[in-house]
Each structure stands twice: as C-alpha cells, then as structure tokens.
Design a protein around this ligand. Structure first.
Ligand SMILES: Nc1ncnc2c1ncn2[C@@H]1O[C@H](COP(=O)(O)OP(=O)(O)OP(=O)(O)O)[C@@H](O)[C@H]1O
Ligand SMILES: [Mg+2]
Length: 446
C-alpha cells in the first residue's frame, strides 16, 4: 500500500525496539522486531521487508553484518543504521555496505519519522519507475490525468466526431491525435498531418483541396490536396490557432458542407476525412480577441481532449525518464544508466515548462554527454538542479502534537534557549511553555 512499509527492526535492547514500533505503527507501517541478526534474517526470508532498521552494536555480532545480509538478500530494501556510538568510520562503513540512513541515539521521533519518510520516497520512486505503464500508441502514462486522456481517446476513436486536442507545447498532442486515428476503424487509411501555420497564403486552397491541370500558371498536372489524401482516414490540422483568416474561412466551409472543389474545377466532391485539430493556444481567448472565428471554434471543438502538462502527471516523470533512458541507451548502443536519488528528486520537482519534449531532449543530451553508469545531480543543467532543496523533505503524516513539538524546538534554538523570548514569539506565557517543554522532553527521551 502507498507509503506503508513492511519494516523489521533489529536491536538487542527491547526498549529501543518498543519505541521504534510505537512510533512507526500508528503511521500504518507493519513493524516486526528481532533481537539478533539470525532472528531478523529468518523473518526476512519468510516475508521480505521494505526497510530494515538495525542497531550497530549488539553482543556477539555487528549491525554491519545485518546490512550486508539484507543487501545480499534484497538490493532494493532500505536500511537505517542506529548507533549509540557515533563515529565517522562507522557511518562511512555503514553507508559503504549499503545502509541508506544513519541515526545516532538518542534520536527524536521526528528524526526517525523523517528518515523512514525518505526511505518511503525512494521505495515509491523505484516502484513508479518499474511500473508496467499503459502506453497506447507510444503514449506512456500511469497517472490519473493520463488515464483520463486514454479514456477520452478510446471514446473519440469510436466516433467520427471532430476533435480538438489542446494543451501546452510538448505535451504529446500529436501522439494523442495519432492514437485516436490508429484506434479507430480508419486505421488502415492515411493519417495526414497539416501544419496550419506553414501553408503559404497563396497556396491554401490548392494545398487543402488540390487542383486540376492548368488551374493556374505552373499547374502542369492535377494534384490531390490534403483532404483527398486523407479520404477514409484522418486529417490532422495542427496549430489551428495559427491559421490565417483565409485558411479559417476555407476550413469552416468544408467542415460545414462536407464538400469541396479542386482548384480550377467546379465539380464538388464529398469529404470523407475525419478531422482532428490541435493547438497550444487558448482558442476561446483568440475568439474573444477576434483573431479566431467563433463559428469555426464550435465546429472543431465537438469533442475536446485536454492533454495535461507534465507537472500535473505526478510520477509519470519517472516513468518517462526511464523510458527515454532505455530508448536512447539502445539507440547509442550503451548500457542504460541509473539516475541518482538526488537527480531523480530534482526531475520530480522541476516544473517542465517544455513538458515531455523538454524531458526527452534532456535525457538525450545526458546520454550523449555522460558515459558513467550513474547520472548524478551535478550532471543536470543548473536551472533543473536549482529546483532541488538542500535536503529531501518527504511528507511525513504527523500529529499536531508532533508538529508543535518540532516548532517549539526550532523557536528555542532560534532564541538560544531564552524561554521568555521564546514564549513571546510563540504567543504563550512562560508557564505554558515550561509545561510544554517538559512534555516534549519526555517524548524525546529514547
Ligand atoms: N506520454 C508520452 N509518452 C511518450 N512520449 C511522449 C509522450 N508525450 C509526448 N511524447 C514525446 O514528446 C515529444 C513531443 O510530443 P508531441 O510532438 O506530440 O507534442 P505536442 O503537444 O504536439 O507539442 P507542440 O505543441 O510543440 O506541437 C515527442 O517526441 C513525443 O514522442
Ligand atoms: Mg505538435
């Protein structure tokens, strides 16, 4: 279940085990306790754990042996090392063997919960990256926002209604349009993309509808237009928000009458092309400004699919990162690199104004420039790195009492232990503060 971990705590001191279980169980974690390495590994082999919390010094054995045994049994299990005898060597040894967190006794409830919270973030991140995500027609996504898009694509594919695909630049609007076409009964016929911002004004009509031989100077033979090429299939009017007034007028006419004439001919032909339009612009705003025809807007927007920005898709960023790493690694014939936790955290936090295209380009560049097995935070461009706070702060569900305790401690630190000033800042009297400090002191004792 999300955020709820299977935990094994190992310590020869029953009171530490009790404290750990008492602090973590109310947060939905399952805590099993063991007094020795042997007992812990017995439990582990019965039912694996997401997290092992181990004491460093236990009679007759060493917490480092626990770290090693857990690592060998399951490389993805997180390990928190606890020690009453902090030393740099111990910390370095523990981390080298694969402990992911290191806490010195006595630790506060907040410290333990924060460390467990950071483990939970890494575990969820790994699960998100490994998830089997649906990818209809190359559109990858597992977030609720993308699942809604997939459902709409499915609906749109079942009808021939005109669809407007909206969304920021780089969100995958063209992929959505293709997915509709390839899921529809028209899939065996052509999908014809037309960039509405790139048709020269003088050629609009002949590009869209084609012309007969001799229709104008240079028309040495007759030529089919986009609508005819898309017969039985789909015409994709990309960047429709940039269509010139004359293009808008011609599109409106063909959408209304379902008929057109080749340039130089008076014979009308019937259109059998499904129309999908896309824009990154705010069409209703263009209508209000008078640069986009209202009647055309209503014609194209029979069904609208809004493609969400990448920053609204949660852990899809991780899925896509992994997908592009695999794709470019294969393309460049190199092993697929891993991204460090700090690097992944930065990618999760960055707002991606250029959306999926920006992420795709970034991974492309990283795989060209970095030939190490692990891509570190330092390999990312500064503007993406800057989106990382100094410390990874996972959300830890806590009681008001815990939040209050942490805030009181922070204020006490800020005023250098001066209770009168602290009471003033907190807006309580000295007596209440003393009372609260006494209670926190009890809570803190481990
Ligand atoms: N969900 C997705 N899964 C995999 N690749 C994606 C996804 N969304 C977008 N892409 C990739 O991102 C790039 C940009 O997508 P696309 O060209 O469809 O965006 P767009 O919305 O049409 O952008 P623009 O408004 O700039 O035209 C493409 O290379 C596309 O393959
Ligand atoms: Mg596009």
């Amino acid at each position: 279940m999300k955020g709820r971990l299977r935990i094994i705590a190992v310590d020869d001191n029953p009171s530490t085990l009790e404290v750990v279980a008492r602090l973590l169980s109310p947060h939905g974690h399952t805590v099993r306790t063991a007094a020795s390495l042997g007992e812990a590994m017995g439990m582990f082999h019965q039912t694996p754990a997401d997290l092992v919390i181990t004491d460093l010094r236990m009679p007759g054995q060493d917490g480092l042996a626990v770290v090693q045994a857990v690592r060998e049994a399951s490389p993805d299990t997180e390990v928190i090392m606890l020690t009453g005898y902090p030393s740099v060597e111990n910390a370095v040894d523990a981390m080298r063997l694969g402990a992911t967190e290191y806490l010195t006794k006595p630790f506060t409830a907040e410290e333990l919960l924060a460390a467990v919270g950071r483990c939970a973030v890494r575990i969820e991140r790994r699960q998100a990256m490994a998830a089997e995500a649906p990818a209809p027609d190359g559109l990858l996504g597992a977030s609720p926002a993308m699942r809604r898009v997939f459902a709409l694509i499915h609906k749109a594919a079942a009808s021939s209604a005109t669809v407007l695909v909206s969304g920021e630049s780089g969100t995958g609007k063209e992929l959505v349009a293709r997915a509709i076409h390839y899921q529809s009964p028209r899939r065996a016929q052509a999908f014809v993309p037309v960039n509405c911002s790139a048709i020269p004004e003088t050629l609009v009509e002949s590009e869209l509808f084609g012309h007969v031989q001799g229709a104008f100077t240079g028309a040495t033979r007759s030529r089919a237009g986009f609508f005819e090429l898309a017969a039985g299939g789909t015409i994709f009017l990309d960047e429709i928000g940039d269509a010139s007034p004359s293009l808008q007028a011609k599109l409106l006419r063909v959408l209304q009458s379902k008929e057109f004439c080749l340039v130089g001919s008076s014979k009308t032909r019937t259109v059998d092309a499904r129309v999908i339009a896309a824009t990154h612009k705010d069409l209703p705003a263009l209508v209000r400004q008078g640069t986009f025809r209202e009647d055309l807007y209503y014609r194209v927007q029979v069904l609208e699919i809004h493609v969400p920005a990448l920053r609204e898709r949660g852990t899809d960023v991780l899925l896509l990162t992994r997908f592009f790493c695999q794709r470019f690694a294969q393309e460049f014939g190199r092993p697929e690199p891993r991204l460090s936790d700090a690097a992944l955290a930065a990618l999760e936090r960055y707002p991606w104004p250029g959306n999926v295209r920006e992420l795709e380009n970034l991974i492309h560049r990283l795989l060209l420039l970095v030939d190490r097995d692990v891509i570190e935070i330092g390999d990312l461009p500064p503007h993406i790195r800057a989106a990382t706070p100094m410390r990874e702060t996972a959300f830890v569900p806590r009681t008001l009492a815990e939040v209050e305790a942490e805030h009181i401690r922070a204020v006490m630190g800020y005023v250098g232990g001066n209770k009168s000033r602290a009471a003033e800042i907190l807006g309580i009297d000295r007596k209440t503060l003393r009372e609260k400090l006494r209670r926190i002191g009890e809570d803190m004792a481990l």
